[in-house]
Design a protein around this ligand. Structure first.
Ligand SMILES: *Cc1c(COP(=O)(O)O)cnc(C)c1O
Length: 395
């Protein structure tokens, strides 16, 4: 059956699904759209999309949750929701700047499933599965191809590594999407990490609350709460992603003390306009999600058609800082190709710097000077040691 622009699209493919089915995350995962024929039933696909879907199979295959599919514009291939998940023939153009492992994660991987780049924190890749596969995925070299379950045993070496490195105080659990694991599997990971005395902070990187909001169940949240403090990095790219269901999922997480941030990827034709990015940031703070990073799209193989210029990112930052709430302004970063880590990129606000004067440009483009006192020695009554005493008393 082909989409004809009429009627209840949900009923075309899932006529037998009850409301309970629809709201069951496992039903959603089982009923993901993976073939051109399924997609044709609910949207008017283009030849480029059809070619992309067929070619992507077995690499970063198409998988779209029924929930997400209902947010797609059936008539427009430029729909920002649709472009993030429907492969395009453009993915098979390889630009000379493309790389297989742009962030150089494999070279910083001391044991399987672990990336250790920064001194005090590591990235644990807990699964290779996601609810939906984003076409701009930075880990497309390893994600969504086999959809194999990573057994508990597979992470043993990673746990041992973290246990034996006392400098590691922060573990970021990502993948793939850790929320694709069953509650008990995810709990096993959290429990194992929580038992390591020097691990202070647990973080989870997930897009499930966005692509599959029914994954956020009371059972999941009750379990997570036991391993607090947990910070959760969500992945939002467009204001249309913030639906009633997503708000309810974020509310449940925030009400239970999970701290929410968002990572956004700057994507050409999706969110590369300042007014769209600003609206996204506003909608996020309204649902208690603090915008954390905007990423320049990594030069992953087959994504050059999705990469907006760095100048577009800098322009967006210039239109945010000062023009809206500071809490709605994330940090724009480039994850340095080759493995240099995240490097902030910002508009230039410091126009000149001399020994004791700084010429600064404010958000309106007006110039100001900040002058430092000539004698920079600290007066006796505010000596550094009495300051230290104060710090140690409160710490
Ligand atoms: C992004 C990232 C982190 C976390 O970085 P923060 O700036 O602390 O959020 C840790 N390890 C790796 C390899 C990363 O790519």
């Amino acid at each position: 059956m082909a989409y004809n622009g009429n009627g209840n699209r949900r009923a075309i493919l899932w006529a037998d699904a009850t409301e309970n089915d629809w709201n069951d995350w496992k039903w959603q995962v089982k009923n993901r759209i993976t073939t051109p024929d399924q997609l044709k039933a609910i949207i008017d696909i283009t030849p480029e999309e059809e070619a992309g879907i067929v070619k992507a199979r077995g690499r970063l295959s198409m998988a779209i949750t029924p929930y997400w599919s209902m947010l797609m514009d059936p008539d427009s291939p430029n729909c920002p929701i649709r472009k993030q998940v429907v492969p395009s023939a453009d993915e098979f153009y390889i630009d000379p700047t493309d790389m297989l492992d742009p962030c150089g994660e494999d070279k910083d991987s001391p044991v399987s499933n672990l990336v250790h780049r920064y001194p005090d924190r590591v990235l644990l890749l807990a699964t290779d599965q996601c609810a939906s596969y984003c076409r701009h995925c930075t880990r497309r070299r390893m994600v969504g191809t086999k959809e194999r379950i990573i057994t508990n045993g597979k992470l043993e070496k990673a746990y041992e590594y973290i246990k034996s490195n006392r400098k590691i105080r922060d573990v970021l659990i990502s993948g793939g999407d850790p929320f694709m694991l069953d509650d008990d599997k995810l709990e096993h990971i959290l429990k194992t990490l929580r038992e390591i005395p020097h691990v202070e902070l647990l973080r989870i990187g997930t897009r499930a609350p966005v692509a599959l909001p029914m994954r956020v169940t009371p059972e999941l949240v009750t379990m997570l709460k036991r391993y607090a403090p947990i910070w959760i990095s969500l992945h939002f790219n467009h204001p249309r992603e913030i639906t009633r269901e997503v708000k309810a999922a974020c509310d449940m997480l925030a009400d239970n003390g999970l701290v929410l941030g968002s990572q956004t990827v700057l994507l050409k034709g999706i969110n590369d306009k300042p007014y769209i990015m600003k609206r996204l940031m506003h909608e996020l703070v309204k649902i208690r999600v603090r915008p954390y990073y905007i990423y320049q799209c990594d030069p992953v193989r087959g994504t050059s058609h999705l990469r907006a210029p760095v100048a577009a990112g800098i322009n967006i930052m210039e239109k945010l800082r000062g023009h809206t709430s500071g809490y709605a302004v994330p940090t724009y970063v480039i994850d340095a190709p080759g493995g240099g880590g995240k490097i902030p990129v910002a508009p230039n606000y410091m126009l000149a710097q001399s020994k004791d004067a700084f010429t600064l440009k404010n958000f309106r483009g007006e110039l100001y000077t900040y002058k430092e006192p000539k004698d920079k020695t600290v007066p006796k009554q505010q000596s550094i040691s009495s300051g230290d005493k104060h710090v140690s008393q409160t710490a």
